[in-house]
Ligand binder design. Structure first.
Ligand SMILES: [Zn+2]
Length: 82
């Protein structure tokens, strides 16, 4: 059996009300999951990372949140000029 676990990074904007997939990464089983997710979230500036893993032949999905990468666009909609 090959290890098929993947992490999907998501761009989320609560202000604009959207959420879309950015990138899918294959996870490395030799590196702690927390560490890999932190690296991926920072790379993509992703406030949400979904991990899809296979456990006993069933697909299990877990979502991890990175509030430090949350969209802060609200402040940019005022004025319109720089
Ligand atoms: Zn936003």
């Amino acid at each position: 059996m090959t290890i098929n676990d993947v992490a999907i990074t998501y761009e989320v904007c609560e202000h604009e009300g959207f959420k879309y997939e950015m990138n899918t990464y294959h996870l490395n089983p030799t590196i702690p999951l927390d560490k890999q997710l932190k690296i991926l979230a920072r790379k993509d500036v992703a406030p949400e990372v979904a991990v899809v893993m296979w456990e006993n032949g069933r697909q299990v999905e877990r979502t991890y949140y990175f509030p430090q990468y949350q969209c802060r666009c609200e402040g940019n909609h005022e004025g319109g000029t720089t």
